[in-house]
Design a protein around this ligand. Structure first.
Ligand SMILES: [Zn+2]
Length: 682
């Protein structure tokens, strides 16, 4: 009986396998199925999460001891995994060196901070309760706070950004309570009215869930470059409201603030490591993330850094075991501090940077359901048309479809599910370009390195004490790792014989973009519609041509593409020539190659610093259909190529983000000219 039962059980368990051919599965794109199977057998979201847990225990401020501890850990793991050229770089963070458009900030090393409520009884001051402890949650101390030991009263100044907030209040020598970011209240509260410090409950990075978690404490910042010494504590909404209520009744609240922290020269410590290519070692595919941010900073961005480390482990192991061939091009891994370390690395290692062909950048890739995160596989900017974005989105589509079949119980051979993670479908969004992380440096016109950007948004706990490892789904890390690894392998091996399959996958995605373009065109004026069509068609052709930067395009594929673009124009209509322009619209600008990087980096605004006394360009305050002023500005500069007229730049950026008046674009270009970032061609 036992035997028969076991036999029956065995048959039952085999049945799904026997029916395997009936199970639905999607076709493996671009790379051989044995490679996908090898990746599926080795990639581990749980392994990535173990590394994430170490990283989240460090308070990873720029150039600090905490960042160094995380960097040393990543370097040690990379060595353990068999990577080569593992290096913890040391690049001056001295407060004045320029790395392109980034002025190096000083290191900021916080060691201790506590905020106590005190009782004042006659001449005696005694502690009542500890309100905030750096040891408990380092996010309570705003970045760039300096040492202090102050016992004084707390004064509510509301926002504290307007003189009337201080009417009838004496804040001299006191601590101000504010609802806004500490850096915004300093000019009046500290500089003008003589307060000693700040307690803030600023609610930055708003999402639909903002203000719901009243115990969340948000990361706050003071100005990195100001010589003045002050400090700011960040408190939860619950603490803030309680303090406000008590002060409103006329109660006196005395606080004791103790801070030991300093800004001082040190070094940025980005980590790099290499899987050497078999024969095209002079060309590198980069996997990037950013290793910094406040503790725990699990999704932002221990998740991206642990995930590229898992890609490193997996590829290294599979190559060593002979399960996949060593890729033709090298694969470089970079763990920097966000934006500023990437720019510092570009300038400290120009030969390395010159080998970069494409980047896969991960910033927040593990948010579980509690974070409300939507995962995105994001394209590069319109100023940099490239086939690379289609590669990332093709693998994103594959994981979407396989994980959905798996979750619904109808199939899916490669759902990439971690044993300790979720089983739900990925449903990643195939997104158009968004800014907000290091990919905007790679893709900037100074370097033109196309990137696949994997990112969660929103995350209700970003930049708070609640961005914890418990929110991270190992399955999601494993899926991001697969998209990263598969894209890296395809790009590292891409050769002429792969181009036909690549183009076959680009045709349908080009048609999907055409559909989006037609939707948008229907809402535009005829002139803007014509400009949109022109930009769209030329960018799709440029994306096809970009393949040639990786591999020669076979004549047969070129013929197919030519026929495809002709058919496409029967749908979109042929592009009309640009109308003639005069005046400011006709001016052509060229980029000053000596100024490398975007205008706004971390803690430093190159344009503002180089145009002091000039009114801020109006474009920066513009809100278009799909972009804000910073996005328009980033792309206007990227479109400057010594050939496009101001009017053509206006048309291109209008196609990307929605129509904008040419005068705003011209005004911005003139501001760039006065900062010697561009000059008008004669
Ligand atoms: Zn981030």
């Amino acid at each position: 009986m036992r035997l028969r039962l076991s036999f029956a059980t065995l048959v039952a368990s085999i049945a799904p396998l026997a029916g395997h051919a009936q199970q639905r599965a999607s076709t493996v794109p671009l790379i051989p199925e044995p490679t996908v199977a090898a990746l599926a057998g080795e990639l581990s979201g749980a392994s990535a999460k173990r590394n994430l847990e170490f990283i989240t225990r460090q308070h990873r401020m720029r150039a600090s001891k905490g960042f160094r501890a995380a960097a040393d850990f990543v370097a040690a793991q990379a060595k353990l995994y068999g990577l080569q050229e593992v290096t913890v770089h040391e690049i001056p963070a001295d407060g004045h060196s320029m790395y392109g458009t980034q002025k190096a900030r000083l290191a900021w090393d916080p060691e201790f901070a506590e905020l106590w409520e005190m009782r004042v009884d006659g001449g005696h001051v005694t502690p009542v309760a500890r309100m905030a402890s750096f040891e408990d949650a380092p996010v309570i101390l705003a970045e760039d706070s300096d040492s202090a030991d102050v016992t004084t009263e707390l004064v509510d100044v509301g926002a504290g950004t307007s003189e009337k907030d201080y009417a009838g209040k004496n804040v001299r020598g006191k601590i101000v309570l504010t609802s806004v970011a500490p850096g915004d209240v300093v000019p009046l509260a500290i500089d003008k009215f003589g307060a000693k410090g700040v307690v803030s409950a600023a609610q930055n990075q708003p999402t639909a869930w903002s203000r719901e978690d009243v115990n969340a404490i948000r990361w706050g910042h003071l100005d990195s470059f100001e010589a003045r010494h002050t400090f700011a504590f960040m408190v939860s909404l619950k603490q803030y409201r309680a303090l406000q209520e008590r002060l409103a009744t006329g109660e006196h609240i005395t606080l004791h603030a103790i801070v030991r922290a300093s800004r001082h020269p040190a070094t940025y410590n980005p980590v790099t490591a290499l899987i050497p290519g078999a024969d095209r070692r002079g060309e590198e595919i980069v996997l990037s993330c950013h290793l910094d941010h406040q503790r725990p900073g699990a999704n932002d961005n221990a998740s991206g850094c642990a995930t590229i480390l898992e890609v490193a482990r997996t590829l290294s192991a599979l190559i060593a075991d002979g399960k996949i061939a060593r890729p033709s091009r090298s694969i470089r891994f970079v763990w920097p501090c966000e934006v500023e370390c990437t720019l510092a690395l570009f300038h400290a290692q120009p030969e390395m940077r010159a080998r970069f062909k494409a980047v896969i950048h991960m910033d927040m890739v593990g948010g579980g359901p509690v974070t409300k995160a939507i995962f995105h596989v994001t394209r590069g900017p319109a100023s940099l048309p490239s086939f690379v974005y289609d590669v990332g989105q093709r693998f994103g589509t594959f994981v979407n479809s396989e994980s959905e079949l798996y979750a619904e119980g109808t199939g899916g051979r490669y759902p990439f599910v971690s044993g300790e993670g979720g089983k739900e479908a990925l449903l990643g969004d195939l997104a158009e370009f968004t800014m907000g992380s290091d990919h905007e440096l790679y893709e900037e016109a100074s370097w033109k390195i196309p990137g696949i950007y994997l990112n969660d948004w929103p995350d209700r706990y970003i930049h708070t004490n609640f961005d914890v490892p418990g929110n991270i789904d190992p399955t999601k890390l494993q899926r991001a790792a697969f998209i990263g690894a598969a894209s890296a392998l395809f790009l590292a091996n891409l050769k002429a014989s792969d181009v036909a399959a690549l183009w076959a996958s680009m045709e349908p995605s080009t048609l999907r973009r055409a559909a989006t373009m037609l939707d948008r065109r229907a809402t535009l004026s005829p002139a803007d519609g014509a400009a949109l069509t022109r930009s769209f068609l030329s960018q799709q052709r440029d994306a096809f041509e970009s393949i040639a930067t990786f591999a020669p395009i076979p004549d047969s594929v070129r013929r197919e593409a030519t026929a495809f673009f002709q058919r496409l124009e029967t749908i979109t209509g042929a592009p009309e020539a640009s109308p003639p322009v005069t005046g400011e619209g006709a001016v052509v600008f060229t980029r000053n190659a000596a100024v490398e990087g975007p205008m706004v980096v971390f803690g430093y605004d190159y344009l503002a610093d180089h145009t002091k006394g000039r009114a801020a360009p109006r474009l920066l305050d513009y809100q278009g259909l799909r972009g804000n002023g910073d996005e328009y500005a980033y792309e206007v500069l990227n479109f400057v190529d010594g050939k496009r007229t101001t009017r053509e730049i206006r048309d291109a950026v209008s196609a990307e983000y929605g129509p904008v008046d040419v005068s705003l674009v011209a005004d911005y270009l003139r501001a760039l000219e006065s900062a010697r970032v561009v000059r008008a061609a004669k």
